[in-house]
Ligand binder design. Structure first.
Ligand SMILES: CC(C)(COP(=O)(O)OP(=O)(O)OC[C@H]1O[C@@H](n2cnc3c(N)ncnc32)[C@H](O)[C@@H]1OP(=O)(O)O)[C@@H](O)C(=O)NCCC(=O)NCCS
Length: 176
């Protein structure tokens, strides 16, 4: 009998002892090339410690470890928006390279949607993806997100200007 891997994927809050694994996985230019410059690179143990401390003080918790077979494989989080955008949240994620293309992030995204829509008064969860990041666009599409627009030349990464693809999922269209 084959095991459904999605049953082995869980989200949990970060723990102090996650620092080594986060630093090991996050210190990867292939991850950094696809995320905001706010994420450090090279990524040190101190960076991991500071990030974990920040997340463990979140109230409520919005950042989670993506755990596969008991191992931390990456991170996923919601950023709750403010002011007139307060009914929406942005989702962000990265996964360690050894775990890519197993369906782990797609499942993690489903889990955080479930959490986000149940816990907060949200009508939409969205994500912004650099135009060249086809894997992340695929993850969002597989999970039911729709391409809402292309923000032309809105990103500069590695000194190259590119478009941002903006994906959204409305709560009313979200199917558990
Ligand atoms: C994007 C990322 C999170 C995907 O995680 P993952 O667990 O490998 O994703 P999944 O396995 O759930 O799905 C990946 C999908 O992308 C597809 N894919 C992978 N590379 C691709 C490429 N170069 N072009 C097109 N599709 C691609 C896979 O085939 C798979 O689709 P399928 O199930 O239809 O075959 C991971 O690659 C990552 O962390 N990248 C760097 C950081 C990042 O991009 N973060 C997101 C910023 S918006």
């Amino acid at each position: 009998m084959t095991t459904n891997i999605s049953e082995e994927i869980k989200l949990r809050p970060l723990e102090t002892s996650d620092n080594n694994q986060i630093a090991l996985l996050a210190n990867n230019i292939k991850i950094w090339n696809n995320v905001r410059d706010l994420m450090p690179y090279p990524y040190s143990l101190k960076d991991a410690d500071e990030f974990i401390e920040f997340c463990t003080n979140e109230e409520p918790t919005t950042t989670f470890a993506i755990v596969y077979k008991g191992e931390l494989t990456g991170l996923i989080g919601l950023t709750l928006q403010r002011d007139v955008y307060r009914l929406t949240a942005e989702v962000g994620y990265w996964l360690g390279e050894p775990y890519w293309n197993k369906g782990i992030t797609s499942k993690a995204l489903k889990l955080i949607l479930e959490y986000g829509f149940a816990k907060f008064d949200l009508i939409k969860i969205y994500a912004g993806v650099f135009e060249y990041n086809k894997a992340s666009q695929r993850v969002l599409e597989k999970t039911g997100f729709k391409l809402e627009g292309v923000l032309k030349k809105s990103v500069i990464k590695n000194n190259v200007i590119c478009d941002e693809y903006r994906y959204g999922l409305l709560k009313e269209l979200y199917i558990v």
